[in-house]
Write a protein that binds this ligand. Structure first.
Ligand code: ASP
Ligand code: MG
Length: 412
């Protein structure tokens, strides 16, 4: 029988009533003839509570025990979902990650899935079981310890199962009805997209659109898993939600598909570093070793053999970046006058695969911001994205103005 993966996020399993509603949707797909793999998150708020308990007990916790505690929320929902389905006379059972087994690396709290051998679950499907309910977000390391995949990781569990079982589709049920052209809380003109290309979704996810864990989109793109994001709060239909798919399947022909933002960016400038071969390596090597996610980089004009080097990174990594630079200065590999951190900035980005073939996107973006009197501090571009750093207080305004300028409220 064809396999379908259905993932329910925390708000979709927030209480017993919601679990019942989710189970009904599963029942509809079972009735259509699918063998269903249901991936569940913890009830909403549960994982935060568990993380809080760990931090309170042991601030410098053993990551293996962190995972043992934090993974437990999903176990509860998996069992409850299986019971609910059984009450509906649907043959179902629950699986924790290690029982499948979901084999992962040993990187606790941010493990990667290495393999999901389908044999155990397939054997049960062959015996007549119709639904395998799997606890998302968790797996088992080569050492036999429980691991977790990073916050939001059950999206990744779902896509990995869809790939491993060659599922027809992977439906991600959440509290929004799809992927929007921008955050509807910021622009009331935001429009739900029927389809979005993997590459665009990847940019939007990593730029702060929180619908899907970035890693899940990477996996879906690699294994060509058809991903659908839809609401578990609205009536189901075959066209519901947003399909994340190959770009050939996306019909819209416009340069920009969405405006993303990230509130928590910092702009860091090393004042007066030597302008010599190897300086960038000497700066960004230690930053990368310290695990800093450097995004944008600018090397300013040199004068008298000295230059300023600017980069952006998440605000929460500023202290770590400063420490890495101080250590590099002390050890003599770099020399700079001082390091200025501007933490009152935000990043706003226009994303679209259409940029590859249509010109003038950057010009429109800069003109729009200039008309609003917004100063651009840093610019970075890729093939399908233009990002700017601006003062945080203008972030909402910039998102709205750009959404208007690219006419994203209208279907192309
Ligand atoms: N429960 C986990 C979290 O809150 C995983 C997930 O829901 O995707 O991060
Ligand atoms: Mg999530």
């Amino acid at each position: 029988m064809p396999v379908l993966v259905m993932k329910f996020g925390g708000t979709s399993v927030a209480n017993l009533d919601r679990i019942r509603r989710a189970a009904k949707r599963v029942g509809v797909e079972v009735a259509k003839g699918y063998d269903v793999i249901v991936i569940v998150s913890a009830m909403s708020g549960k994982t935060n509570e568990l993380v809080g308990w760990v931090n309170e007990t042991s601030p410098l916790y053993d990551a293996r025990e962190y995972d043992a505690v934090v993974s437990s929320g999903e176990n509860v929902t998996a069992g409850l979902m299986a019971l609910t389905l059984q009450e509906m006379d649907i043959p179902a059972r629950s699986w924790q990650g290690w029982q499948v087994p979901v084999q992962t690396t040993s990187a606790h709290a941010s493990a990667r899935i290495e393999d999901i051998p389908p044999a155990n679950i397939e054997a049960k499907f062959a015996e007549g079981m119709r639904v395998a309910v799997v606890a998302g977000f968790q797996g088992v390391s080569p050492e036999g310890r429980i691991t977790t995949l990073g916050r939001g990781g059950s999206d990744t569990t779902a896509v990995a199962f869809a790939a491993a079982f060659k599922a027809e589709r992977c439906d991600i049920y959440t509290d929004v009805d799809g992927v929007y052209t921008t955050d509807p809380r910021i622009s009331s003109k935001a429009r739900k997209l029927d389809k979005i290309a993997f590459e665009e979704m990847l940019e939007l996810a990593s730029l702060g659109a929180k619908v899907l864990q970035t890693r899940s989109v990477e996996l879906a793109m690699r294994y060509k898993v058809k991903l659908r994001v839809l609401s578990s709060f609205e009536e189901q239909s075959d066209e519901a939600g947003t399909l994340v798919c190959d770009e050939e399947e996306v019909m819209e022909n416009r340069p920009v598909s969405g405006i993303a933002y990230s509130r928590d960016e910092a702009k860091m400038t090393l004042i007066s570093v030597a302008d010599r071969p190897g300086i960038a390596a000497a700066i960004f090597g230690p930053l990368s070793e310290a695990g800093i996610n450097v995004d944008m980089i600018i090397q300013n004009i040199a004068e008298d053999g000295r230059t300023d080097m600017t980069f952006s990174c998440p605000t929460e990594q500023v202290a770590r970046a400063e420490k890495a630079m101080e250590e590099a200065k002390t050890s003599g590999t770099i020399n700079y006058h001082n390091l200025v951190a501007d933490t009152d900035v935000a990043k706003v980005s226009a994303v679209g695969i259409g940029m590859r073939s249509q010109s003038g996107v950057a010009a429109t973006m800069f003109k729009t911001l200039s008309d609003e009197g917004i100063n651009i501090k840093v610019i970075a571009t890729s093939e399908i994205k233009i990002s700017v750093l601006i003062d945080r207080k203008y972030m909402e305004l910039a998102v709205q103005a750009l959404h208007d300028a690219f006419e994203l409220e209208k279907a192309a």
